[in-house]
Design a protein around this ligand. Structure first.
Ligand code: PLP
Length: 380
């Protein structure tokens, strides 16, 4: 089955009971037990729910993994993936420029439970290996990284993890499984903020983890049911519905992103454009080899803080908001929004300065987005 067909028919494409093409929402918290000794699929919805199960099977198929788990948010998914493999005394090497919420999890939360971390430039394999300590247990990766879109060579990274006995996990939110499937490269866990491209309509907060191996997957499932961080049946249904159009959305949004990235590259008020689809991007050859598309997020550096502010203030078609991956184009200011949790000196080192803007390209005609940004940028 080709991937576009698999999105629709690879897992639960109808309700076994009624034949309905839309898997019903099962709001039940509990299920009648015919036999007190168990032996049935469902008994309590924290542990298992038919709507969520249909979604989780779909997620596993999309990522090419053994088992999938759906969470109440991307951060719940990140937390479950990490806590499924870590215990007090363990150390993690993590991508330097990760999403601000994941940064906060490492810097302000996991330490309370005796888990330490080192941030490394994971687009550099040698620098990543240098950060590994005897007590390192996991690699936490994000690619393209957020917001400056650095690219990881997953073939080398998975080989490194294997050689050093580490569990490897990647936040695959930006490319979505439509463009990139890290488990095929030997990565152990693929994580998503499904609030972004998987959901696709800016109407849902959800997360996902898919495991390459069933035993590790069971550990993730254990955290999900033990901590109760699972996705509701209603949101599982909404996410299933969003996923049906993943292919057409990703293709069209990435096409728009490519056009806008090229256009931005030719503006004299733009100092730098970050888009891995541009041949000038340092990770272009790697992503071209390992993924089937470049995603729909473009970041760029304006020539002044005032220009960046004018763009944010004057765009009309682009929506100024946090988040990304929806059908509407979203323009955000990482230093003030998604990455505000990172102290300014750290942010500056990562290139997240007051001139950097991040555009998640939606389904509008890219020419309208270009006109909008052009007018806003030239309004000062
Ligand atoms: C790359 C990435 N990972 C994780 C998250 C967290 O996801 P959520 O907001 O669904 O908890 C986000 C949210 O912006 C993100 O961009």
């Amino acid at each position: 089955m080709k991937y576009d067909t698999m999105i629709l028919h690879g897992a639960a494409d109808h309700d076994a009971f009624t034949g309905a093409l839309s898997i019903p929402v099962y709001p039940a918290s509990t299920y009648r037990q015919a036999d007190v000794d168990g032996g049935q699929d469902y008994y309590y919805s924290r542990a298992g729910n038919p709507t969520r199960r249909a979604l989780e099977e779909t997620l596993a198929v999309l990522e090419g993994g053994e088992c999938g788990y759906a969470f109440a948010s991307g951060m719940a998914a990140v937390t479950a993936a990490l806590t499924a493999v870590l215990k007090a005394g363990d150390h993690v090497v993590a991508t330097k420029d990760i999403y601000g919420g994941s940064y906060r999890l490492f810097t302000q939360f996991l330490g309370r439970f005796g888990v330490s971390h080192t941030f490394a430039d994971t687009s550099d394999i040698a620098a990543t290996e240098d950060a590994i300590r005897p007590e390192t247990r996991a690699l936490f990766l994000e690619s393209p990284s957020n917001p400056v879109l650095k690219i990881i060579d997953f073939e080398s990274m998975a080989a490194l993890a294997k050689r050093r006995g580490l569990v490897s996990m990647v936040d695959n939110t930006f490319l979505s499984p439509y463009f990139f499937r890290p488990l095929e490269y030997g990565i152990d866990l693929s994580i998503h903020s499904a609030s972004k491209f998987l959901g696709g309509h800016s109407d849902l907060i959800a997360g996902a983890v898919v495991a390459r191996d069933r035993n590790l997957g069971r550990e993730v499932g254990f955290v999900q049911s033990t901590t109760g961080s699972m996705l509701s049946p209603e949101n599982s249904w909404l996410l299933l519905r969003g996923i049906k159009t993943l292919g057409v959305r990703m293709k069209a949004q990435a096409e728009g992103a490519m056009k806008i990235a090229h256009w931005l590259s030719g503006r004299d008020w733009v100092n730098q454009v970050f888009y891995p689809g541009l041949p000038s991007h340092p990770g272009h050859d790697i992503i071209t080899r390992q993924a089937s598309g470049y995603g729909a997020v473009v970041s760029f550096v304006a020539d002044s803080k005032e220009r960046a502010a004018a763009i944010m203030k004057n765009v009309r078609t682009c929506t100024v908001a946090v988040s990304l991956g929806g059908v509407e184009s979203i323009l955000s200011y990482p230093a003030k929004m998604s990455h505000a949790a990172i102290p300014e000196p750290e942010r500056e080192k990562l290139g997240i300065n007051w001139r950097l803007l991040r555009l998640s390209v939606g389904l509008e005609d890219p020419d309208d987005l270009i006109d909008d940004i052009d007018r806003a940028a030239c309004s000062m």
